[in-house]
Design a protein around this ligand. Structure first.
Ligand SMILES: Cc1cc2nc3c(=O)[nH]c(=O)nc-3n(C[C@H](O)[C@H](O)[C@H](O)COP(=O)(O)OP(=O)(O)OC[C@H]3O[C@@H](n4cnc5c(N)ncnc54)[C@H](O)[C@@H]3O)c2cc1C
Length: 291
């Protein structure tokens, strides 16, 4: 089903999940088991990342096609500008159309490994705003985009830049935005208010990262610019070697965060699953009265 139709017809907030394409057969088997388990909570859509830095791209196509054909879930294929010319992107989008894939999360992407900053490919795009405009010309896709309540690490003008570019993404044809993960809801609420003042009307769906391994989240956050607040450090640092305790605490904190977001009118929640179903299902269980 198209993302725009899912969003327009929703009478309650949406609960959706993100996966990455595994690199091994065992990882792939784990992914399908995970998706089977998640069917019990009927996620509104499943998004599949497009190899960070331009890797695992073919796997994204294979996985979203299989999700559509075999699970009855609605897939969203992430797509980046990394390493691809317009012609190459057009070929991939033709494949998606032929496979009946209707939803694309359009991103610029990050620099591939070994490069210290993003550079557009020859004949390619420099920004997600351009990719979104191109996607609109390429067929009847429903388009999601990314946004950053704490500011994208490369945004020279801080969050104000991100709001300006989000408005451009909306004007160029994005149907909704999914945020980078954050841990302090106040940041999201401030961002949402500023977006509203800037004329942004598309649904802004908070991205939620349940902490399952604190050291890993500290590492991710240093790369993507997400802030780890002092209160989270204080809770996690004393238990960080006890993985079961971290996971349990991660679920409790994420469920509390999700509840507060939904009670304050968030149109949905997008869970970064890291290809593990347990936290996603446990959080859903705790907030299902609001979904
Ligand atoms: C929900 C979500 C999903 C993601 N999925 C993936 C994935 O599958 N694969 C992957 O590799 N990465 C993924 N990422 C990471 C993303 O690729 C990086 O954050 C990347 O650095 C920026 O991508 P973007 O689409 O937000 O870029 P853009 O919106 O293009 O922004 C990049 C930078 O350029 C600036 N900018 C934006 N538009 C313009 C413009 N028109 N003119 C001048 N400056 C501009 C922005 O301020 C920002 O600093 C994801 C991120 C999120 C939040």
């Amino acid at each position: 089903m198209k993302l725009s139709d899912i969003l327009n017809s929703a009478s309650k907030p949406l609960y959706s999940c993100e996966f990455f394409p595994p690199r091994t057969d065992k990882g792939e088997e784990n992914l399908w088991n995970c998706l089977k388990e998640l069917q019990a909570i009927n996620p509104a859509y499943i998004s599949v990342t497009y190899g960070a830095g331009g890797t695992t791209q073919d796997r994204t196509k294979g996985i979203v096609t299989r999700i559509k054909d075999e699970t009855g879930l609605s897939p969203v294929a992430h797509l980046t500008c990394v390493g691809a010319s317009k012609d190459e992107l057009a070929t991939l989008l033709a494949d998606y159309r032929a496979a009946g894939i209707e939803n694309i999360l359009a991103l610029r992407g990050d620099a591939p490994e070994g490069m210290d900053r993003f550079e557009a490919a020859a004949g390619g795009f420099s920004y997600a705003t351009d990719l979104i405009a191109f996607l609109r010309e390429q067929g009847d896709f429903s388009i999601a985009c990314a946004t950053y309540p704490e500011g994208h690490p490369e945004s020279k003008g801080g969050v104000a830049d991100d709001i300006r570019y989000l408005k451009m993404k909306q004007d160029n044809g994005a149907d909704c935005a999914i945020t980078q993960y954050f841990f302090d809801n106040e940041t999201f609420f401030r961002f949402r208010d500023q977006c509203e003042k800037a004329g942004i009307t598309l649904p802004i769906i908070p991205g939620i990262m349940p902490v399952g391994n604190f050291e890993q989240i500290v590492r991710f956050s240093s790369m993507c610019g997400a802030v780890i607040p002092a209160w989270l450090h204080d809770k996690m640092t004393p238990i960080q070697r006890e993985l079961d305790a971290v996971k349990a605490m991660g679920i409790e904190l994420a469920a509390k965060q999700c509840r507060e977001l939904l009670e304050a009118g968030a149109p949905g929640l997008h869970i970064y699953t890291l290809n593990k179903p347990e936290a996603t299902i446990a959080i859903h269980r705790q907030i299902k009265d609001l979904l």
